[in-house]
Each structure stands twice: as C-alpha cells, then as structure tokens.
Design a protein around this ligand. Structure first.
Ligand code: LFR
Length: 489
C-alpha cells in the first residue's frame, strides 16, 4: 500500500492523547481520536503520575481507532522523559511512578556530584544538570524496599509499551535522558549505575527508534478491538526527540525550539559536545534518531504561564488564554523580567507570587495585572530563547540563520514574535503537533513509508501549516538592553 495509518499515543505533562496519522508519499495528516487530562496525584510518598489512569486513556484511544474502522498498521508511544516505574520479579509495577517535580530529589544531585564529581559525570553522560534526572531520582530512592524488590526499571513510554505487548526494552532517545547512558557510545554505562548503587541488571536492553516492540497482548486486543497482530513500534519515545524529528528544517543554519510545558532550545549535531564550557553552560547531549545528538538546554517554558492561569482560575479570575494574550500584547514592554530557570519556578504552589518574589528580589516592580504577568513571562522566555541559542551557536561552533519553533507554543503568536525580536532571527512557527507527527513518521518509516530524516522533514514542510515571523525593525537595541538588565539583576 502507498499509505498507512499509524496510532500515536502522546502523553504530555498536562494531557495525553491518541492520534491517528495517515502517511503517504505526499501525504501527512493527523486526526485526534481521544484526549484525556493528566492529573498528578499527591500521596504520603510524594507527587506521582496516575499511570493506570493514563494507560486506560491510551487503551480508550486505541479502542476509538478500532471503533472508527481505521486499519491501524502500528502503535507508537511517546511521553515526557526521565521518569520510570519499577517492576518486581513477576513484572508487576511496584508503586506509582514519581513525578519529576516531586521534591524528594531536592539536594540529592548536589550530593551525587560531590561524591562522583560534576566534570566526571558530564564527561560520561553529557547531560545537563536537572535536579530530577533519573540518576538523581534513583539516588534519592537508594535503600528503599521498593528499589530492593525491583527487578526491572522501565521509563514511562517503555512501561506503557510493556503493558501493551509484554515486551521489555529501553528506547534509546529516552534512555539518554536518564544520566545512565554513555554519551559517546550510546550504551548503558554500568559504572554510572554503580555511582548510585543501582544494579545495572535492572536496565533492559536498548531499543532503537523504529524497532519492533511486540504485538498487542490478548487482553489489550480484546478491549481495544484492534487485531492481536497489531504491532507496537518503538518510536523516538522521548517526546522532545519525536518533536525534533518533525522540525521542518530543510536548509542548513537552523536551530529549533520545541515549546510546550518546557522550551527545549538547541541544535541537532552529529557528535556530543562534552567540554567544560558546555557543562558550565548546562547544555545537554540527548540522543535523537539515526545517531544524531540533541544539543540543547531545558528552559522552564510555558509552565510558568500555565501555572499562573491555574492559580488565577482557582481564584475566580479570568484565565482565558486569548484574552490574556491580548492584554499582554498591550502591556508595557520590559516592565519586569525574570530568569525562567530560577529553581523557585520549578514547582511553586503560587506562580504569580513566585514571579512577584523574583521581581522584588531583583529590584523590579511586580507585574500589576494578569496581562502584565503574562507579558513578563513571554518576554522572559524570549530572552531565554535568545540566550540559549546564542550560546549553543558558540559552543557547537555553528552559525544560526533561522529558528524553527514547534509544539503548542507555536500557536502563541506573541511568543513567536517576541522570540524573533529577541533573537533577531526569523522564526518559522509550526507544526503545533510536532511530537505526534514525529511519532507517526518513525513508525511509517519502520513500515517502509518514509525515508531518512531529511525526507521526513521535507514531507512535514510540504504538508503542514507553518507561519513565518520576522524580527521587527528597530527593536534590536531594546532587546540588547533588556538582556543586559536581566544579566545584571
Ligand atoms: C518535555 C520533556 C523534556 C524533559 C522534561 C521532563 O516534555 O520531555 O524534554 O526534560 O519533559 O521529562
């Protein structure tokens, strides 16, 4: 057949969905089948993902695919990175996986770095320092009964895949976010595992994107109505890696920003950058498909805005996005600026108060209205995009001539324009659904319906809606001044 339909289960930090993607030579089209909320749960043991609920959402989505008569050629699963579930000797899940924003890791990374050495770690795993990297979560779990009983560790998409097929593996793009993978060889490093007293035998064999991950188990086939012969295909199971597959870059000189709850800003490289400057600038070398390196930095992203809206709506204040963006567009430019990556923004109970706190600490007026707060967040993100991309260009010795902004944030016209203004570069916004597209494309390729990365990207560029933002003339000075002001704050 010249076209095929693939089901992508794509779970984000706030919602999950199952999407059907039809792929052909000149055809790439998504249909959302099912969307469900991802609401974390608080337990005495901390903040957890409601994984059984999420899995049920995946099954319901597949059921609706079967119900609508779609012939699903294969299923692929991607989610956020880093988090994991532990399985006992029977393959049963031991407790609910922790959420990466859970506070049990606070102070742990510092201890690990003191014993192992920060430079040592970076040379080995090439990972940016985030307090919730899997390796630090495991250090926090050291000595627990749960870890003692564990016989396997599965990252979230691998766990969902295991529940679908009974087959265990560790997909490599996501495994590269654990801190347990050797950055040069792309294989598990038993030595890194031993640093946190983890038995390396818990880590399942690695799987490349595109690899076969089994067939639906009978119960899953029976419930969803899909044939039991339906294959599950490993995709770039780290959502960011899937999004990067679908960055419609067709010319050299491009950088990308995958913008949603997080902004992941950086470059695609052939080899990791593991030097001391890269470490202190906190750049990560995560793995992409076909042996590429995702050289990027996490920026706290639209989480800041989402959390403001959550708090406002709890207080009965207007929180509709479009109205807030209109107010923000009219608010005074550069009134207050924050560093989105300040630790106080990782999991504050009250984000507007956290923004006000940062402003007070740095001698700036606190935003005096929701519109002003949104302006503060978006300008601050644009400045962070600028900082990170300029730094990436220097560290990787690349010239950046344009920026692809993909993901949910590409719908935010104000953020796209501010990013173009701040970076002084054209921003090509879209596709919004980059992650689901990347998931579908890697499956399609495994089934003979897509070519190499360049082919997949050209297909995205030809078929998806993109919008171009050019830097406003005469704005460069103001942005330079704003960047300098924040630097000094
Ligand atoms: C984005 C993302 C980031 C990762 C963060 C936590 O959804 O996957 O790439 O650093 O979530 O897992």
């Amino acid at each position: 057949p010249s076209t095929g339909v693939f089901a992508a289960a794509d779970l984000g930090a706030t919602s999950g969905r199952v999407i059907a993607g039809r792929v052909g030579r000149d055809h790439l089209e998504l249909t959302e089948l099912h969307r469900f909320a991802n609401t974390p749960v608080r337990l005495p043991t901390g903040l957890h993902w409601n994984l059984p609920g999420l899995f049920q959402g995946v099954l319901d989505g597949l059921r609706s695919a079967a119900g609508s008569g779609l012939r699903i050629a294969s299923v692929g699963v991607d989610t956020w990175a880093v988090d994991y579930g532990l399985l006992d000797a029977d393959g049963a899940l031991l407790g609910l996986p922790h959420h990466y924003r859970d506070s049990r890791t606070s102070g742990v990374a510092e201890k690990v770095r003191d014993t192992v050495g920060a430079q040592e770690l970076y040379r080995a795993n090439g990972l940016q320092h985030l307090p919730f990297n899997t390796v630090f979560q495991l250090a926090a779990a050291r000595g627990t009964a749960q870890l003692g009983a564990a016989r396997a560790l599965l990252l979230i998409p691998d766990l969902i895949t295991y529940w679908l097929t009974g087959s265990m593996g560790a997909e490599v793009t996501n495994a590269s976010t654990t801190g347990l993978l050797d950055a040069r060889t792309g294989t598990w490093s038993p030595e890194l595992a031993r640093h946190v007293d983890l038995d390396p035998a818990l880590l399942p064999p690695l799987r490349a994107p595109g690899a076969d991950a089994g067939r639906l188990l009978p119960y899953a086939a029976a419930w969803t109505g899909l044939p039991a012969t339906t294959p599950v295909t490993a995709v770039a199971s780290h959502d960011t890696a899937s999004a990067v597959v679908a960055v419609p870059a067709t010319e050299p000189g491009s950088a990308y920003i995958s913008c949603g709850t997080w902004s992941l800003a950086g470059l695609e490289l052939d080899a990791p950058v593991l030097g001391e400057e890269s470490r202190t600038a906190n750049f990560t070398n995560e793995r992409g498909v076909d042996g590429t390196v995702r050289y990027l930095r996490n920026i706290m992203g639209l989480w800041l805005l989402e959390e403001c809206r959550r708090v406002w709506s709890e207080r009965g204040l207007p929180a509709a996005l479009d109205a807030l963006l209109d107010e923000a567009a009219r608010a005074r430019p550069f009134a207050s600026l924050v560093d989105p990556d300040a630790p106080e923004f990782l999991a504050p109970p009250d984000m507007p108060a956290a923004l006000a706190g940062f402003c007070a600490r740095t001698g700036q007026p606190a935003p005096d209205s929701p519109g002003a707060a949104v302006r503060c967040v978006l300008e601050s993100l644009a400045l962070a995009h600028r900082r990170v991309l300029r730094r990436a260009a220097v560290l990787a010795d690349r010239e950046i001539t344009h920026v692809h902004l993909v993901g949910g944030g590409s719908r935010n016209a104000l953020l796209c324009q501010l990013t173009a203004d701040a970076t002084g570069l054209p921003v090509i916004a879209g596709p919004t659904e980059a992650t689901a597209l990347g998931n579908v494309l890697v499956q399609a390729r495994a089934h003979g319906l897509a070519g190499d990365l360049a082919d997949m990207r050209s297909l995205v560029a030809r078929t998806q809606h993109l919008r171009r933002y050019v830097p406003s003339t005469g704005d460069a000075r103001a942005w330079d001044a704003a960047a300098a002001r924040l630097e000094a704050a």
